[in-house]
Design a protein around this ligand. Structure first.
Ligand code: CP
Length: 309
């Protein structure tokens, strides 16, 4: 794999290989390696982020890389320099990987054809957020010991979710049953075959994983027609709906969370919530991605590990 643009481009085997490596790192939460010692990687976030940006930085530092954090507002992009020219500039300095978050869907795909460094998609518009999807899969795999045969319900603002964009590609490849539920005005433009649209109650009652999505007001062309309270009552994970979840089922959310809107505030950190665990697993998933792109094959991982330890 030359870049990580989206789960659309990865085979089932490639996803499983990344998850196996992520499990390796998840089982070693305090291990510091020098697999990327002396190598330069850059983080370019043209949209706001807390989790993705910092967990990439933690992952990069855990692997021993030198980390450059690009700040768009003080960069030459304000003088009109394009992202392509910015990447070529970083390449000329020896930067080997760029983690990019952008509003522009498909930007990374365009860049991939003309740059040499490794591109990692940290979210492009409403298209894909592949490392969020990988950390979600890692969280499910660690919780249930398997992925195939699970039922995952993704609920809420489906239309604007790049997390859903990645899951729509990944979950069917891995044999996971996918249920979608949300307001009619927030349905995705394309729903692949085999993915079921259900009422919220059915989704909550049947799923092993109830994954709530934030209402992404910043991407809505028009203001929400409901108040936050009305949205919560009609489409949110209320305390009453959470009681309908089957035994052993868990709550997930990519976060940031709008407490009291798509999810009741008491459910964010309740016993069945894995929201904090998802954040923790984000570091391991991103370590696996960086390592895979920059080191290559499994053989190389093994030899790198032997050198590192
Ligand atoms: N889940 C996620 O992408 O969070 P951030 O926007 O904080 O990175």
């Amino acid at each position: 794999v030359a870049h990580l643009i989206g789960l659309k481009d990865l085979s089932k085997e490639q996803i499983i290989q990344l998850l196996e490596r992520a499990e390796y790192w998840a089982a070693r939460p305090t291990e510091q390696a020098d697999i990327l010692r002396g190598r330069f990687v850059a983080n370019l976030f043209f949209e706001a982020s807390t989790r993705t940006r910092f967990s990439f930085e933690v992952a990069q530092k855990r692997l021993g890389a030198h980390v450059l954090n690009f700040i768009p507002e003080t960069s030459s992009t304000v003088k009109g320099e394009t992202v392509y020219d910015t990447i070529r500039t970083l390449e000329a300095m020896g930067v080997e990987a760029a983690v990019i978050r952008t509003k522009k869907e498909g930007l990374l795909q365009e860049l991939a054809e003309s740059v040499d460094l490794k591109l990692i998609n940290a979210g492009d518009g409403t298209n894909e957020h592949p490392t969020q999807c990988l950390l979600d899969l890692l969280t499910m795999k660690r919780q249930f010991g398997k992925l195939s045969g699970l039922t995952v319900a993704i609920i809420g603002d489906l239309r604007h979710s790049r997390v859903l964009g990645s899951h729509l590609h990944a979950l069917p490849k891995l044999g996971v049953n996918l249920l979608l539920s949300g307001p009619a005005t927030m349905m995705p433009a394309h729903i692949p075959q085999g993915v079921k649209i259900v009422e919220m109650e059915e989704a909550v009652q049947t799923a092993d994983v109830v994954m709530m999505l934030r209402v992404q007001l910043e991407r809505h062309a028009e203001s929400l027609y409901l108040s936050k309270e009305e949205y919560h009552k009609a489409h949110g994970l209320t305390l009453d709906r959470a009681k309908m979840m089957k035994s052993g089922a868990v709550i997930m959310h990519p976060a940031p969370v709008n407490r009291g809107v798509e999810i009741h505030t008491d459910l964010v950190e309740c016993e069945t919530s894995l929201i904090q665990t998802q954040v923790t697993n984000g570091v391991a998933a991103r370590m696996a991605v960086l390592e895979t792109l920059l080191k290559g094959s499994e053989m190389t991982w093994e030899s790198s590990l032997a050198t590192a330890t």
